[in-house]
Design a protein. Structure first.
Length: 103
């Protein structure tokens, strides 16, 4: 198991997991390999390593499965007694990654 950081968020991953991370941009096409080098914690069952803030020489490898957009959320602005209300929608883009190895 490892804890990685990408897109300003932290994810606990192990081999075979499929995670949805913040969109990786133009550098990740479907089927392409991706490497996460910001590893915060690594645990192999017998030994636990904690970085400060990151572990050097450690990385997590994955394969991009695809990209998409999350479910729509409504953002409502409202002010009482002034007839002011605005509703905006937002769908956050994500990249789906399958973890293949923790090194």
């Amino acid at each position: 198991m490892a804890i990685i950081e990408t897109g300003g968020k932290q994810y606990a991953v192990k081999k075979g997991d499929i995670i949805k991370v913040e969109k990786l941009g133009g550098k990740a096409a479907s089927g392409e390999a991706v490497v996460f080098d910001k590893v915060l914690l690594s645990d192999d069952g017998a030994k636990t390593e904690i970085g400060s803030p990151y572990l050097s020489g450690r990385s997590v490898e994955g394969v991009v499965k695809g990209e998409g957009r999350a479910k729509k959320i409504s953002v409502l602005k409202y002010k009482a007694k002034s007839r002011y209300r605005k509703v905006r929608g937002h769908r956050q883009p994500f990249t789906e990654v399958e973890i293949t190895a923790i090194k």
